[in-house]
Design a protein around this ligand. Structure first.
Ligand SMILES: Cc1cc2nc3c(=O)[nH]c(=O)nc-3n(C[C@H](O)[C@H](O)[C@H](O)COP(=O)(O)OP(=O)(O)OC[C@H]3O[C@@H](n4cnc5c(N)ncnc54)[C@H](O)[C@@H]3O)c2cc1C
Length: 581
């Protein structure tokens, strides 16, 4: 690519770079490159040490490439090591062992239908998608099970079918009930411990990191990639990292693969790209979107910047710190609803976290406001006691300070109002509408009717297998509860009691991480503004514009994607011409 890569000398670029600026250094000549004192040299530099990065490093090594890993944190593993470790892999070996065929043609329909509902066209050869969008879905399907099998085959990761605890059955997808989903359960895998039991994110990353180390691939922690060093022709020649006060320059003979996570802990980017508010995230704190400026300075095109892997979070926790321990992946309870500031339900409370959280961003054009910015999870004594201790319901709703309460719905409304006034400066003044209490009364009456009939006429709660099965996984009733098990026709809904106390928790929009960034092609090559690959630059995981758009196909969606595109990137990078200069 001979296009403008800023055309500045290395000296100028370095001199102009502030301590925290991320970007690019363009070399004017091969002599300029020769003048650099390189600290390290490698075929493939992997930036980050989460699942995408570890997969890329192991794959590159197995391909015979020299690999170096740099990680900006003092520890390895990224958010991947904090996760539940579930990986969504279509046509995986456990399905095949059971004789279940997850056909490409069918699976692509599911992916396209969920990722691009606005343009999905089953009659079209590309299902209504652009060539790039369709190519990314195809690349995922074509490589996902290969990536998992390759890691298993090389002894880098032990995997097994991820089964839903309590139910002991394969994981049901997050949109199981559309006709395009022909294999609605069983695509989720998880890391197996030595004793054969299922592990989580720590196990996943312990195994992958050990595999990296066993291959003698150096991992330099406390090394933050800051800028690309580009040859005059625009090819990536190296990366400049910072380690403490030192600048570390790494010469790259083939390619740099970034898998550096999203920007969810970058307040400036959140302000720029998330039009409705994103209050906090359970991602590790290093998710600051460094790759956006690094690749942007090299001319990368950005995609779906306002997207995120969404989950509801507890407002009270987010007010303390936007760096959270956990999200409200599934709100527990059956005599429980979520209402907005007007006291009305706005969502199926049992939908998956990513889709459910989208409703926080709905804009009211008449009032010029986000009426769902905060939602109130209202529950009664049955749920308070029967589901006590199932996050976010505390062990004792009567004593926990984050729980708002009242013996009547009017009293509950006043307590919510009181708390909203106390935190008004931090929330931008969100308050309850004047009819909140009366609307809430009507909402509960209506919900009680739905609970008795088993049919949620507004949001179909409990109609899909996802709703009822994940309800049992995430929302188990206490075994020793004095409240009877739900005897109704729909276990996700139970009528509210007529009398109080009533309780509420305030929920806000959060995220596992963001998923917008530099756009890639089906080989995981980062694209420039003219859709041409930036030579030698690859990306995988949350640091790039997600190949799935905004959809979350099933449990393990983000780890499955990151692993797969880390694998694709390493295989494509292997074929890059070796820069011997
Ligand atoms: C509690 C929780 C549970 C979850 N459970 C699941 C699950 O079961 N399944 C699932 O699919 N998803 C899950 N997720 C989401 C999932 O963890 C992330 O989407 C996934 O780990 C992202 O992986 P990644 O490869 O993009 O990078 P990450 O794991 O985020 O790693 C990125 C790494 O890059 C490093 N880095 C950043 N910038 C630089 C730089 N400039 N230079 C060098 N290094 C840098 C970071 O320090 C970090 O170590 C969960 C998330 C949370 C918080």
């Amino acid at each position: 690519m001979g296009k403008n890569r800023q055309g500045i000398t290395r000296r100028q670029a370095i001199a102009g770079a502030g301590a925290l600026s991320l970007g690019v250094i363009t070399l004017r000549s091969s002599r300029a490159e020769a003048a650099i004192n390189w600290d390290h040299e490698t075929d493939i530099l992997v930036v980050g040490s989460g699942v995408g990065a570890a997969t890329a490093a192991i794959t590159a090594h197995e391909n015979g490439d020299a690999v170096l890993v740099i990680e900006k944190a003092p520890i390895t593993g990224g958010t991947s090591a904090k996760s539940a470790g579930v990986l969504w892999i279509p046509d995986n070996f456990t399905l095949r062992e059971k004789g279940i065929t997850d056909k490409k043609e069918d699976c692509l329909r599911y992916l396209a239908r969920y990722s691009y509902p606005e343009k999905f066209n089953p009659a079209d050869a590309q299902l209504g998608l652009s060539t790039r969008e369709f190519g990314l879905l195809e690349a995922f399907y074509d490589n996902a099970s290969g990536a998992a099998d390759s890691l298993r085959g090389h002894g880098a990761l032990k995997l097994g079918e991820w089964r839903m605890f309590f139910l002991d059955r394969p994981a049901t997808d997050y949109l199981d009930h559309v006709p395009e989903n022909k294999v609605p359960a069983g695509r989720a895998l998880g890391p197996l411990k030595d004793d054969g039991s299922m592990g989580g994110g720590p196990e996943l990353m312990t195994q992958l990191t050990s595999a990296v180390k066993e291959r003698k691939i150096p991992i330099l922690t406390n090394h933050r990639a800051m800028r690309l060093i580009l040859n005059p022709d625009g090819r990536v020649a190296g990366v400049e990292a910072e380690s403490g006060d030192a600048k570390v320059r790494i010469r790259i003979r083939k390619a740099a693969i970034f898998a550096t996570g999203g920007y969810v802990h970058n307040p400036e980017f959140l302000g720029m790209y998330q039009p409705s508010r994103l209050w906090g995230s359970c991602a590790m704190p290093w998710a600051t979107g460094d790759f956006i400026n690094i690749a942007g300075a090299a001319g990368a095109r950005m995609g779906i910047m306002s997207s995120a892997w969404r989950t509801q979070i507890m407002l009270e926790e987010a007010l303390q710190s936007s760096k959270l321990a956990a999200g409200v992946f599934f709100p527990p309870g059956d005599s429980m609803v979520q209402v907005n500031r007007h006291g009305v339900r706005v969502v199926n409370e049992n939908r998956n976290y990513n889709d459910r959280t989208e409703v926080h961003g709905i804009y009211d054009a008449s009032q010029a406001e986000f009426p769902n910015q905060l939602l109130f999870m209202v529950y009664d004594q049955r749920t308070a006691e029967g589901f006590a201790g199932v996050y976010p319901i505390p062990a004792d709703s009567n004593t926990a300070s984050q729980v708002l309460k009242g013996n009547s719905l009017e009293e509950l409304a006043s307590d919510i109002d009181r708390r909203l006034s106390e935190v008004a400066k931090q929330t931008g003044g969100v308050s309850l509408g004047p009819s909140f209490a009366s609307n809430l009364k009507n909402t509960l009456e209506r919900f009680n009717g739905y609970a008795k009939s088993g049919i949620d006429g507004d949001f179909q709660r409990g109609q899909a297998a996802y709703d009822t099965e994940w309800h049992q996984v995430f929302s188990p009733m206490k075994a020793d509860s004095e409240w009877p098990a739900n005897p109704g026709p729909n276990i996700t809904m139970h009528p509210f009691r007529d009398e109080g106390p009533f309780y509420a928790l305030i929920l806000a929009a959060g995220a596992l991480d963001t998923c917008g960034g530099p756009a890639i092609d089906a080989s995981a090559r980062v694209l420039d503004t003219e859709d041409q690959p930036i030579p030698g630059l690859y990306g995988a995981g949350n640091c790039i514009a997600s190949p799935s758009g905004e959809a979350y196909w099933g449990a393990g969606h983000t780890l499955g994607l990151s692993m797969t595109f880390g694998y694709i990137a390493a295989n494509a990078a292997h074929l890059e011409p070796l820069d011997k200069a």
